[in-house]
Write a protein that binds this ligand. Structure first.
Ligand code: SF4
Length: 215
């Protein structure tokens, strides 16, 4: 992969494989920092733009390069708000697309809490590298759909691969993935309303009391 020594990204975390945020087995990249502040957001730990960690794009690409890329179906970029780091996001997706190691069947799906109108007016340079975008802020009172936390969020299919994988979104359901990351337990995916609270209650019934949580 090409190097990009002048670009850093502020991220919350990286994860491989992610199986609940898009088609197949995916690389997950969580950006850190979100000023949108949707009530009921389940990722409040990603809001503070001074937290998380700074990662050089070269290091991030090197980490990706050492994954089994023949097993990778896609990349999901979420957060936090990826479009609040537009230069870094642009560089990341452009580098991924130009990499000789990045095969044609790897789709890039990106989440944003900004309206689609704003993204399409301001960020065509980023969108040209994406296969699908899920846009609009999370609205707690609206029921979730596949890959979307609330029904107002819109899915935009930007390539033939994106259309092939995500056009039938209404027929799919969400799942959650639990991973242990150091001292933390991470729950990945789109929870249905009340899922996290029910899980917390069930764990408490088993004698497991959660410490700090992000929702
Ligand atoms: S845009 Fe996403 S991360 Fe930001 S507050 Fe809304 S749901 Fe949370």
């Amino acid at each position: 992969m090409k190097s990009a020594p002048d670009t850093t990204l502020r991220i919350d975390s990286l994860q491989w494989p992610v199986t609940v945020l898009g088609y197949g087995a995916r690389i997950g990249i969580w950006f850190q920092g979100c000023s949108i502040g949707c009530p009921g957001c389940c990722a409040k730990h990603t809001w503070n733009a001074d937290e998380g960690k700074l990662v050089a794009l070269t290091d991030l690409l090197a980490w990706i390069q050492h994954l089994p890329l023949d097993e990778v179906n896609g990349v999901t970029i979420t957060g936090g708000e990826p479009f609040e780091q537009p230069a870094a996001l642009h560089r990341l997706v452009a580098e991924l697309r130009s990499s000789v190691d990045f095969h044609q069947d790897i789709d890039i799906l990106c989440y944003s809490g900004f309206p689609w109108k704003r993204l399409s007016q301001r960020h065509g340079d980023i969108l040209q590298h994406l296969d699908a975008v899920i846009a609009e802020p999370y609205v707690e009172k609206l029921a979730s759909q596949w890959l979307r936390g609330s029904g107002n969020q819109t899915m935009h299919l930007l390539s033939a691969l994106g259309r092939d994988r995500y056009a039938k979104a209404s027929k799919r359901t969400n799942g959650l993935q639990v991973v242990v990351a150091g001292d933390d337990i991470r729950i990945i995916g789109i929870p249905n309303r009340g899922d996290l609270e029910r899980m917390q209650e069930k764990l408490a019934g088993l004698g497991v009391v959660l410490g700090e949580k992000s929702w």
